[in-house]
Design a protein around this ligand. Structure first.
Ligand SMILES: [Fe+2]
Ligand SMILES: [Fe+2]
Length: 223
């Protein structure tokens, strides 16, 4: 029987790498294989899995449900899909059963994984999500959009969508900070909210420093 983590990782790797290759339209040859310039979806998923592993035990959520949902929450999300109706949560939920078939993931936990995936979208919440596993996935997904790794991911994918410059990255980053404030307030769990505040302070400082360097370098050297 296949290990469920292995099945999940293989599924997201396959879909995200193919999509990244299609999207970038250029690749690097590594060991005879074509690799995308940057596989955003896989890197983002890894970030969500790491947060999920950290968060679930702190809030007494089922760690298998939360981690499995983290691996698969964006398995049917594709780059530049934004123009069409976004149904990636429903599509990912519908794929869960098939991806886990033949693996050692407890079948009775599949509905909880699907529920979490179906409710992970959006950057703001008006009420706390339930059950705790669903709340945890939302928090882990949004925490991955704040902090140091999020800056690496954003900068790395930026040039794939449009020509990029330092000024454009800065403008988009400053606009993102406005949205990010809403994310911090929407966190379902206390532990995630505390970490979100820490990460928000970090990215705010990053863009403040970048603004100083880019718009007013003399002020930077005097500081
Ligand atoms: Fe998503
Ligand atoms: Fe996500």
């Amino acid at each position: 029987m296949r290990a469920w983590r292995e099945a999940c990782e293989a599924a997201i790797r396959a879909s995200s790498a193919a999509d990244a290759l299609r999207f970038w339209r250029i690749s690097h040859e590594v060991g005879g294989c074509q690799e995308p310039v940057f596989d955003y979806r896989f890197e983002h998923t890894l970030a969500v899995v790491k947060v999920a592993r950290w968060l679930a035990p702190q809030v007494e959520a089922d760690p298998e449900v939360v981690e499995c949902a983290a691996w698969l929450h964006d398995v049917r999300k594709y780059l530049k899909d934004a123009q069409g109706k976004d149904a990636h949560a429903e599509a990912a939920s519908a794929a869960v059963e098939e991806i886990l078939a033949g693996s050692d993931f407890p079948r009775e936990k599949i509905p909880a994984v699907r529920h979490a995936i179906e409710h992970h979208v959006g950057l703001k919440l008006t009420k706390r999500l339930k059950p705790i596993e669903t709340a945890c996935l939302w928090d882990a997904d949004k925490l991955s959009k704040l902090g140091a790794a999020s800056l690496v991911h954003f900068t790395s994918i930026s040039g794939a969508f449009q020509p990029t410059t330092t000024e454009r990255i800065l403008e988009r980053g400053e606009a993102w900070l406005q949205l990010a404030q809403g994310i911090v307030k929407s966190m379902n769990t206390k532990a995630a909210r505390k970490e979100a505040k820490r990460r928000f302070a970090f990215i705010s400082n990053h863009y403040r420093q970048l603004r100083r360097e880019w718009s007013d370098p003399m002020k930077t050297s005097q500081a």
